[in-house]
Write a protein that binds this ligand. Sequence first.
Ligand SMILES: Nc1ncnc2c1ncn2[C@@H]1O[C@H](COP(=O)(O)OP(=O)(O)O)[C@@H](O)[C@H]1O
Ligand SMILES: Nc1ccn([C@@H]2O[C@H](COP(=O)(O)OP(=O)(O)O)[C@@H](O)[C@H]2O)c(=O)n1
Length: 241
Amino acid sequence: MSRLFRIAIDGPAASGKSTTAKLVARRLNFGYIDSGAMYRAVTLKCLENGIDPTQKNNDAKVAKLASEASIRFPRLGSVELDGRDVSSLIRSSEIVRAIAPVAANPSVRATLAQQQRDLASGATESGLSSESQPKGVVMDGRDIGTVILPDAELKVYIIADARIRAQRRFDELMAKQGTAPGESVDDIARDLAARDLADQTRKISPLKKAEDAVVLDTSNCTIEEQVDSIERLVHSRMGSK
Ligand SMILES: Nc1ncnc2c1ncn2[C@@H]1O[C@H](COP(=O)(O)OP(=O)(O)O)[C@@H](O)[C@H]1O
Ligand SMILES: Nc1ccn([C@@H]2O[C@H](COP(=O)(O)OP(=O)(O)O)[C@@H](O)[C@H]2O)c(=O)n1
């Protein structure tokens, strides 16, 4: 099997990673691996098993549940945990509040890192959410270009102005719920800033730009422009291989 073209996308919360990654995958018929969804799914599994990851003495239990979790991406943008579709459940604010200690747990990261590398190499067929033999994969998260796929063919670091990110998350919640969310744009901005700080300052695999990543600021872009930029980069690198 020839090696897949791997696109690593990292960046702070709500900068546009997953929207862009999904659309790039669809256009290029690549697989898409949402690594953040894997941390979210482990957090959900903990909460459903009565284990609160924010309690320090639960670290070993959290690690065990992570090792037992079966996480799959059966279709573009959908996530299965232990055979059940959890695509919506993992997006709740309850998950977001409990996720930092899950993401900082070295055993959880080791378990998920192995699965992520297997998915990106095509070793785990069931994880690739692209129809028929994809030529490449797109994976987004926080440590993809730095730790998971340090030799990815293309690395992109997506950023956007903090206020714009908060407004976009607010609009997203409003569209999903059909009413104004319980949180204000300011509340969301505070949550995003706290999560980015936790992601940037944790000891293991912190969020940072890989030296060779291309920075894409989406503050003043349309979604289509973001996708176009990445598609152009892929074509130019594929052509020069
Ligand atoms: N260029 C853009 N213009 C407007 N909205 C955007 C743009 N890029 C992303 N969004 C929206 O911003 C929100 C956060 O994007 P998302 O892809 O979920 O970010 P991330 O995966 O980095 O957390 C989503 O609702 C998405 O549709
Ligand atoms: N590769 C990754 C991906 C996510 N994560 C963690 O998982 C959380 C949720 O990731 P996400 O990509 O779903 O979050 P959003 O940017 O979509 O809000 C992040 O805040 C990180 O704490 C991580 O540690 N490493």
